[in-house]
Design a protein around this ligand. Structure first.
Ligand code: AMP
Ligand code: MG
Length: 396
């Protein structure tokens, strides 16, 4: 048995980076940038007014109220081109260019217009309501570095700097293959010895924003059929995730078939609960994960191993789940000799501190309980966690 960290190191060492491609702005969220996104102009491109108001020379207003000559208007998209002189003001709208010579904008509510003059009712300090040229970012500066995964929050920046498409890592082609003679399609009513294929659907959902996913037909527990399914899958993917058949039962054929196909198995037993019999193999430049079929094991091992691998292949600078610390509200038993990665539900105490509610799992087959989970808690082997302890949690 190897540790979780050893297993993760092995996976990291085998990942090769995929190529790059241009991705349209409208569909780029979730993709990993393969180029630095740079500002192609100063932002703002001119001294910009933050308010509807009157551009003034601030020292003109120090003895406010003061009446100034209204000599023009600066609107968004149609700035005023002259130079403001003492005793003058220009009506200036939100987002418009502040006229040369002015150093403040007094908002409309603090002024009274009467024809060709305006009384400024309160003094305005230098800089008031003005965002200086380049205050947000300067032309040529990096807005988002290569290796970042594009979030929805980044889209406005991409658009504002002219990226109608971005250079991103190619999306990994991920094939999902569920095995098991008892597994039937979601649309079927299971017979007495059958269960519906929940793993393919869950894996597909977890992977949908990380890869180009294809779900393959269910493979029964028969070495010949499985061999054909795996070998076909390997022809058309970069990553293959196989659900089930990795333990030591009489009908667990995933490992022997992988070996038979010439795949190199790098590990097959991790000191982890759930997920001990997780298999990682490579076949030429393809990565294969054999995940234990219980739904909770599938979720944990996907999130901890496969997700990271898919992001590393795309050159992501931060391929891990976001983590934090939370207080445990119940004792959580440790597994003997195995580190626990236990799905939990996080929440907040009245004082704002994050807490972990341990869910009542009857076993790692318990997908109904798993439905409430939003994070995975790290549970030390043997000793476990006591009520009041602080646990590291990984959010998904
Ligand atoms: P295995 O890893 O093949 O020994 O499967 C372990 C448990 O997970 C068994 O109870 C299976 O019935 C269940 N299981 C395996 N594959 C799936 C699947 N695709 N969807 C739901 N449950 C599954
Ligand atoms: Mg099975």
């Amino acid at each position: 048995m190897i540790t979780i960290e050893e297993a993760r190191d092995i996976v990291r060492s085998k990942i090769r980076k995929l190529g790059t491609e241009e991705v349209r702005l409208g569909v780029c969220v979730g993709r990993v940038l393969a180029e630095d996104v740079k500002a192609d102009l100063d932002l703002p491109p001119f001294d910009r007014s933050q308010m509807d108001g009157y551009a003034v020379i601030s020292t003109d207003t120090s003895e406010a109220p003061v009446t100034l000559d209204l000599i023009g208007e600066s609107a968004a998209g149609r700035g005023w081109d002259g130079v403001l002189e003492r005793g003058q003001t220009v009506k200036t709208m939100t987002g418009a260019r502040v006229p040369k010579g002015a150093d403040a904008v007094q908002q409309i509510e603090l002024a009274e217009a009467n024809g060709s003059s305006v009384t400024i009712l309160e003094s305005a300090k230098a800089g008031k309501n003005i965002v200086k040229t380049g205050a947000e970012i300067r032309e040529g500066e990096i807005v988002i570095p290569a290796g970042e995964r594009i979030t929805r929050a980044m889209v406005a920046s991409l658009a504002a700097f002219g990226y109608s498409s971005v250079k991103a890592a190619r999306s990994p082609r991920l094939a999902i293959l569920s095995t098991g003679s008892e597994i039937v399609d979601v649309s079927e009513k299971p017979g007495p010895d059958q269960i519906r294929n929940s793993n393919s659907a869950m894996l597909s959902a977890f992977a949908s924003d990380l890869a180009d996913v294809s779900v393959l037909p269910i493979a029964p527990d028969d070495p010949e059929g499985l061999r054909t399914s795996i070998s076909k899958a390997l022809d058309q993917c970069d990553f293959l995730v196989i659900s089930g058949g990795v333990s030591v039962g009489d009908y667990d054929f995933t490992k022997p078939v992988l070996k038979d196909l010439g795949a190199e198995i790098h590990f097959e037993k991790i000191a982890l609960k759930p997920g001990k019999p997780t298999v990682f193999a490579t076949s030429k430049d393809k990565c294969v994960f054999g995940l234990p079929g219980n739904p909770v094991s599938i979720a944990v091992t996907f999130l901890v191993f496969v997700r990271t691998a898919l992001l590393l292949a795309q050159g992501a600078s931060d391929p891990e789940l976001r983590s934090g610390f939370a207080e445990v509200t119940h004792d959580i038993k440790g597994a003997k000799g195995r580190h626990g990665l236990l799905p939990v539900k996080t929440g907040f105490r009245e004082d704002g501190r994050m807490i972990v509610e341990s869910l009542k799992f009857s076993g790692s087959s318990n997908f109904v309980t798993f439905a409430s989970a939003d994070a995975i808690a790290s549970v030390p082997a043997d000793s476990g966690l006591r009520k009041g302890d602080t646990a590291e949690v990984y959010f998904f």
